[in-house]
Structures are given as structure tokens and as C-alpha cells.
Design a protein around this ligand. Structure first.
Ligand SMILES: [Zn+2]
Ligand SMILES: [Zn+2]
Length: 285
């Protein structure tokens, strides 16, 4: 076993996993530092203005926590489910100190589930980091955690979701697709990320590469998946690497201790064999 930092925290444990994959004589501290660098960014955080985050998630407290846990940079990405939610983003913007260069104004903006034309629910002007997410079933107002069965059959939902994803990438060109695939994980037909589904993801990833859209690896995702989906999700990111699509990490924090806390994500990274060069970090527009 290669010598690694003392495995106290989750972060160190992952470094240990990585170290174990490298022959001892090739292990350098540089490799460890570069990998750690990936985890020093958090591109997906919510605040009290989401209405469903912990009351400790004020902008001030988030910035304090970022410094506390040693993150280099964050993007605060409040939900925009409908156009009027842009007001939340405006409030966050007004609370980010002007000299906070390492705090980006972001938004987790929904793709328009009724229009299905690839547009997002609101304009993105002035927002540094746009994560496009799918929280409603296509062509409906039904949320991801509600019963969709009476609205449409699963095959139709899946087909519409696939077309929709392509449209969103090509039309809106967001910075990243938020927690890709979580919506279809609610379908009973999606048992795991196996060949037919990966074939569809290959197409989505090719669109992403063409339009410069990243794939988000989201810590919260595993809580929304069934065991087999969770076990096979790494294949999506292995494919992203093969297709040359950049990956960005997001904790999707709704409370302070979750900020920059990557545990499951580290397993996925290891299973998919991702390296520092496969990632990007959020940057200002
Ligand atoms: Zn989301
Ligand atoms: Zn989120």
C-alpha cells in the first residue's frame, strides 16, 4: 500500500483509494495535490431562499463555511423553477460581497418542461454559472418525486426526456447539466445504466461536447437512485471521459456540513477512472 495522508476524513480516504491504484514507486505528492485540487471546488449550493434548505444556509454562513473547510471557490446556485424565482438569484447576488472573487453567482435553472423546446424557464443574463436541471417530467407539471403514471407511459416519458435533453444542450448551452439522469431513475424501466441507456447517453454526451456543456457529478444524486442504478452510474462518467466531456463536481448542499463534502462522488470517480484533466471548475462568464 502506498503511503498516504492519515485517513481521517472522507477526503483523505479517497486519496488513499487513489494512491492504492498507483504503483508505490510512481506515487508523488504532486499527484495527491492535483487530485485534492478537484475537491476544492463546489459548483452547486442552495441557500435559505430555496425555501427547502436548512435555515443556517445564509449567504454569509455559506461563505464562512467555504473558508472553514478550505474550499478555493464555490458557485451559489439557487433554484429557478419558474421565471419569478429569478428574484432569489437577485437576492443572493446582492449578498455576495463585491470583493469575494471566489464566490460565483450561479443558478440551478429548470429546463422548460412544458415548452420542451430546449429553453430554460428564465433568462440567464448576469449569471456566472448556469446549471440546467430537469425536475419535472417532460410535457407536464409533475415534479420528479410525484406520481407520473397517470400522465404518460414510461416509454413516452423516456423518449421525450431524451429529445428534450438534446434540445436543452443545443438551444440553451448551459455551463453544465445538473445531476444528469436522475429524472429517468424514477422510471421502473430504467433498472440500471446498461447498454441501451448508455447508448442514449453517448448521444447526449456528443451534444455536450459539440456545445461545450459539462456534466455535473452531484453528491446528492445517490439518494435519488435505486441500488443497481447507483452501482452502475459510474459508467455514465466513464463514457463522459471517453467522449471528452468535462465533468464538474457539485455537493448540491442544502445545509452547511454538506458544503464541499464529497463521499459517494469519490467512489464514482474511482470506478470511472477519472483524472484531474477530466474536470473543469466553475468560472465567471
Ligand atoms: Zn436539482
Ligand atoms: Zn440543487
Amino acid at each position: 500500500m502506498a503511503r498516504c495522508p492519515d485517513p481521517v476524513s472522507g477526503a483523505i480516504i479517497q486519496e488513499l483509494v487513489y494512491c492504492s491504484r498507483v504503483p508505490e514507486n510512481l506515487l508523488t505528492m504532486k499527484a495527491v495535490i492535483l487530485l485534492s485540487d478537484v475537491f476544492a471546488y463546489d459548483s452547486h449550493l442552495h441557500t435559505i431562499y430555496s425555501g427547502h434548505s436548512h435555515p443556517d444556509m445564509t449567504v454569509d454562513a455559506i461563505i464562512g463555511q467555504m473558508q472553514e473547510v478550505g474550499l478555493k471557490q464555490i458557485a451559489i446556485t439557487e433554484h429557478v423553477f419558474v421565471r419569478s424565482d429569478l428574484g432569489r438569484v437577485g437576492i443572493v447576488a446582492s449578498q455576495i460581497p463585491h470583493d469575494a472573487e471566489n464566490v460565483l453567482l450561479g443558478a440551478e435553472m429548470d429546463a422548460d418542461a412544458i415548452a420542451l423546446d430546449g429553453t430554460l424557464v428564465a433568462p440567464t443574463d448576469g449569471i456566472d454559472w448556469v446549471v440546467a436541471s430537469f425536475h419535472k417530467f417532460p410535457g407536464t407539471s409533475i415534479w420528479w418525486n410525484q406520481d407520473y403514471r397517470e400522465a404518460k407511459d414510461e416509454k413516452t416519458i423516456y423518449r421525450e426526456w431524451l429529445d428534450w435533453a438534446h434540445e436543452v444542450i443545443a438551444v440553451s448551452k448551459p455551463d453544465a447539466i445538473g445531476h444528469p439522469g436522475t429524472l429517468i431513475c424514477h422510471l421502473s424501466t430504467v433498472e440500471e445504466f446498461d447498454k441501451p441507456i448508455l447508448r442514449d447517453f453517448a448521444g447526449i454526451l456528443e451534444s455536450c461536447r459539440e456545445h461545450g456543456v459539462a456534466f455535473e457529478l452531484n453528491e446528492l444524486t445517490h439518494k435519488k437512485m435505486r441500488p443497481l442504478q447507483k452501482e452502475t452510474y459510474y459508467r455514465v462518467f466513464k463514457l463522459a471521459k471517453e467522449k471528452g466531456v468535462k465533468i464538474v463536481l457539485g455537493s448540491d448542499s442544502h445545509s452547511l456540513p454538506q458544503i464541499g463534502r464529497y463521499l459517494w462522488i469519490r467512489e464514482v470517480i474511482d470506478q470511472a477512472g477519472l483524472e484531474r484533466s477530466d474536470f473543469i471548475i466553475p468560472t465567471k462568464r
